[in-house]
Design a protein around this ligand. Structure first.
Ligand code: GAL
Length: 668
């Protein structure tokens, strides 16, 4: 058992002769690599024909890892079909949104409703579990790889109808949920229902649908259909291995799958971090916090990140010196107990041959990338178990909801330009840059631990959420919602009340109208003495108990409220009726946080990220991450020891972080 942050990554020795493995393991030792993810794409090797299983190479890979003292995260390998399988059972090939049945090719390409796929994938998981459950190298199961996508074949149509029967019970209920009297769609037989695709309800692609209710249900169905593939494999593993934890690698802010529906079925969360180009550091941080929120704050694994460069983008910039270390510590600061790479050795051929790897094609140990990887390996060995199992003591929650994401982005009106993650990120960023730790949680989460609850663009309000948000404010907390929040119910049917629907009493406002404008139209908002900018959507707010904190500056609604605050119980309900620029969002969020004393000690340094974790024995750790390419000069706000240097720092002393530097302070 490793009592340290796991370090390693995806390893495909089956692509190489065994002499190369010797070299791999020598280099792994040099770089402090202790954990290898193996078998992710090995199906055509382990089952070369339907009636032939051959585990000789996999045996050798695991035995070798064990002999070297390394542990293995063993994949079931069911994400890339072997060619024979697709040929024998054409049903396993997906039918795309345009209705084209695909032929064999690529990966992540199986139909989730195919009985042949289900049977053969489950059989593979069974055989692997029988064979390796007690292998000394085995530390975790990695089912499939990056589940995603959708299929629109006849098997999926049939499975969708079954899923709808379970969800809605009767056709009357379904007709009501989907509001099918609109455009003469009342269904009289389940068999009439078609998956929503380019051939049926959609035009201009997956976001333009005639019936939001149908498309929302198909997104939920797809989530559950792929989850069914996962749980079938997990059950097969559990029949032979009751204990080893099981995961699958998620993709963070990935729209097609509602990971909150998956989370209860994973033993721990893991995810692959490939941040968008030029994203601010709060963007990967948001994804880390979303992933940590899946299992109620329990530590997760960073299952993949590139040590240097990706290959799949049109342009693939290098990680600059120091960026890899900083990204690794950022993941740990947000709750990772493992830091793994894709990939350990660069593939010689095919589409990922230029993807970054710990070991490049020349197999050298004197490259910059290898040296940086090995330096991080040493640092992780030195810090040992000091951060393991630690949790984030957030008092701020941000509600994240896949249903709202889908509903907002498949809506005709008010604006196609509003992107859910952009709105969520703006509020998350404001809170994080103010120094608050943030739990990114589902709308079903227990809200009692939080003083502040942020609900950006929470388009759908479901279940008893409104009452639970009122309870937060009643006991003294602050709730903040934004434009386009609380518009519709779980089926995306508009509330038949004043807006913002069930949140209207908490927010003390009423909205009858909204104006949406092109991205280049700038509205001004006066926030007390400061003018900020707003764009995209301008909701016209009437005060029904709330006070105006900010007002619009232009157009016929000039002078009317754009930001409001409502006293509710011992707390407050805030509403931001437009897409404020980042300085505007920052200002509002800081005002809300300061009411609860949640502004961090270094909140005046925007490039300095702070994150807190509390270890199982109660030790408080404060991570300082300098995202700037210049040193950060701070004054220590407390006495602490930097676990990376062993240096003690007295309160009030100067504290300097190198460019892209990191400190892990153990507070006294
Ligand atoms: C991940 C995937 C890996 C590899 C990597 C390249 O999305 O799981 O198999 O393709 O991307 O960046």
């Amino acid at each position: 058992m490793t009592h340290k942050i796991r370090y390693g990554g995806d390893y495909n020795p089956e692509q190489w002769p065994e002499e190369v493995w010797d070299e791999d393991h020598r280099l792994f030792t040099q770089a402090g690599i202790d954990t290898l993810t193996v078998g992710v794409f090995s199906w055509s090797l382990t089952q070369p024909a339907e009636d032939t299983y051959d585990f000789t190479v996999l045996d050798r890979i695991l035995d070798r890892a064990a002999a070297e003292g390394r542990q293995v995260c063993l994949a079931t390998g069911t994400a890339a079909l072997p060619p024979w399988l697709a040929r024998a059972y054409p049903e396993v090939n997906r039918t795309d949104f345009e209705g084209r049945r695909h032929r064999y090719g690529q990966r992540h390409n199986f139909c989730p409703s195919s009985p042949a796929y289900r049977r053969l994938a489950t059989e593979m998981a069974t055989r692997l579990a029988e064979r390796y459950a007690h292998h000394p190298a085995l530390i975790a199961w990695h089912i499939n790889n990056e589940y995603g996508g959708a299929c629109y074949c006849d098997l999926c149509a049939e499975a969708f109808r079954d899923w709808l029967r379970d969800r809605h019970g009767t056709l009357d209920a379904l007709n009501d949920a989907w509001w099918t009297t609109f455009w003469s769609h009342r269904y009289t037989d389940w068999a009439e229902i078609e998956p929503p695709s380019a051939l049926t309800e959609h035009w201009r692609g997956p976001d333009h649908t005639a019936f939001q209710g149908i498309t929302l249900d198909y997104q939920r169905f797809t989530t559950d259909a792929l989850l069914g593939c996962f749980t079938a494999e997990k059950d097969a593993i559990r029949a032979h291995d009751p204990d080893t934890p099981v995961t699958t690698n998620f993709m963070g802010l990935y729209r097609p799958l509602d990971y909150h529906r998956w989370a209860p079925h994973l033993d721990f969360a893991s995810w692959d971090s490939y941040p968008p180009l030029d994203a601010p550091p709060t963007r990967p941080a948001l994804a880390h916090d979303l992933m940590r929120g899946l299992k109620d704050g329990a530590p997760f694994w960073l299952m993949e990140q590139t040590p240097s460069t990706t290959a799949c983008r049109d342009v693939n910039p290098l990680r600059r010196p120091g960026e890899l270390r900083l990204a690794t510590w950022q993941a740990i600061a947000h709750g990772a107990d493992a830091a793994l790479y894709f990939q350990m050795r660069a593939s010689r051929g095919a589409c990922e041959k230029y993807h970054g790897a710990v070991i490049g094609h020349a197999g050298r140990d004197d490259t910059r990338v290898f040296r940086e990887v090995a330096d991080v390996g040493r640092e992780l060995a030195e810090i040992g178990d000091a951060t393991l199992g630690a949790r984030t003591p957030s008092r701020t929650a941000l509600l994240f909801d896949w249903d709202s994401w889908w509903a907002l982005e498949i809506s005709d009106g008010p604006s196609r330009l509003v992107r859910y993650v952009d709105v969520v990120h703006a509020y998350y960023r404001a809170a994080r840059e103010a120094g608050a730790d943030v739990d990114v949680v589902p709308v079903t989460a227990d809200l009692t631990p939080y003083d502040v609850v942020l609900a950006p663009a929470l388009h759908l309000v479901k279940g008893d959420l409104a009452e639970r948000l009122e309870a937060v404010a009643r006991r003294g907390g602050s709730v903040l919602a934004t434009f386009l929040t609380a518009r519709s119910d779980e089926h995306d049917r508009a509330f038949l009340t004043d807006l913002p629907g069930p949140l209207a009493p908490l927010l003390g406002i009423r909205i009858d109208e909204w104006d949406s404008r092109p991205a280049d139209v700038v509205q001004t908002v006066l926030l007390e003495d400061t003018q900020v900018e707003a764009r995209l959507v301008f909701e016209i707010v009437q005060l029904r108990g709330a006070q105006a904190v900010g007002t619009y500056g232009l157009d016929f609604y000039a002078g009317t409220p754009a930001v409001t605050r409502n006293a509710f119980g011992a707390g407050e309900g805030w509403y931001v009726a437009t897409a404020l620029d980042q300085p505007g969002v920052d200002r509002i969020v800081r005002r809300v946080l300061s009411r609860h004393d949640l502004i961090g000690p270094y909140a005046d340094q925007p490039a300095l990220e702070t994150a807190t974790r509390v270890t199982p024995d109660g030790t408080l750790l404060l991570f300082l991450l300098n995202h700037a390419p210049v040193p950060a000069h701070l004054t220590a706000h407390t006495t602490a020891t930097d676990l990376l240097t062993g240096k003690r720092i007295e309160r009030g002393e100067p504290l300097t972080l190198d460019p892209l530097g990191v400190a892990v302070l153990r507070l006294q």
